[in-house]
Design a protein around this ligand. Structure first.
Ligand SMILES: *Cc1c(COP(=O)(O)O)cnc(C)c1O
Length: 237
């Protein structure tokens, strides 16, 4: 059943790439496995997925030793500085850098274990009060500010677009984020390489791909609905 979900998402990714005149290998499909048991992740792994996204450090820490080592774990959720130590040696990228203090703390943790951590800057494209992220007009300065940390490497931008029934409504946000990424790239800031654009979720990933996403984060479309004892546990509520 998960195999069928995955195949259908994969087909939609491929078709969106085709519509946009892009090659399929320009887009990484990240399976967002938060709240789901390792058995389900295994099933998706066996179907060929190697990129998994989680939004809670504790959950990565628990799942990590139970699953194959060649999984690329993506930290996609709001990250508290005191939790960095749980994931710094486990994730391939942190998508959700939204403060200088957080960037600095990641830098320190990465330095301690002798790695350089790839990071994305989270941008609040629609100015939603409830969401974290840098305001678009502040993004360039923010990138400059955190580019001085030697043990992180800024690789692009990430956003969580508004929840909407009609994904077309998010197209302008995706387009603007892509433009912002290109604008910052053209500034050729030292230690910065703006080549990744993490945008698009189950409801809107095809539009995001058409507008330039290089990573889409799909949870529900692959794993099915999430159930929470407390609704506010979901980052997007
Ligand atoms: C949960 C989550 C997703 C996946 O959401 P779906 O709508 O289930 O695809 C993507 N990105 C982030 C940051 C998330 O927290």
């Amino acid at each position: 059943m998960l195999k069928d979900n995955l195949a259908s998402v994969e087909q939609r990714v491929a078709e969106a790439c085709k519509r946009a005149g892009r090659s399929r290998d320009e887009v990484t499909l990240i399976a967002v496995s938060k709240t789901k048991p390792v058995e389900m992740l295994s099933e998706v792994y066996d179907a060929g997925v190697r990129d998994f996204g989680e939004n809670k450090p504790q959950e990565i820490r628990e799942k990590y030793p139970q699953l194959p080592e060649d999984i690329r774990w993506h930290m996609i959720g709001h990250l508290q500085r005191n939790k960095i130590k749980y994931i710094i040696d486990k994730v391939c990228m942190i998508h959700s850098v939204d403060s200088v203090r957080l960037a600095q703390a990641i830098d320190e943790a990465a330095g301690k274990i002798g790695i350089v951590m790839p990071v994305l800057v989270e941008v609040n494209v629609a100015g939603e009060e409830s969401k974290s992220g840098i305001r678009p007009e502040e993004a360039e300065n923010f990138v400059r500010e955190i580019s001085v940390f030697p043990n992180i490497h800024v690789e692009g931008l990430m956003t969580i677009a508004p929840f909407t029934e009609n994904p077309e409504e998010n197209r302008p946000y995706f387009r603007n984020l892509c433009k912002l990424c290109v604008d910052i790239k053209e500034k050729n800031i030292d230690n910065v390489n703006m080549c990744s654009l993490s945008m698009g979720m189950t409801g809107d990933f095809e539009i995001a791909i058409e507008e330039g996403a290089t990573m889409v984060r799909v949870g529900t479309g692959i794993f099915g609905e999430r159930y929470y004892p407390h609704a506010e546990a979901d980052g997007r509520l």
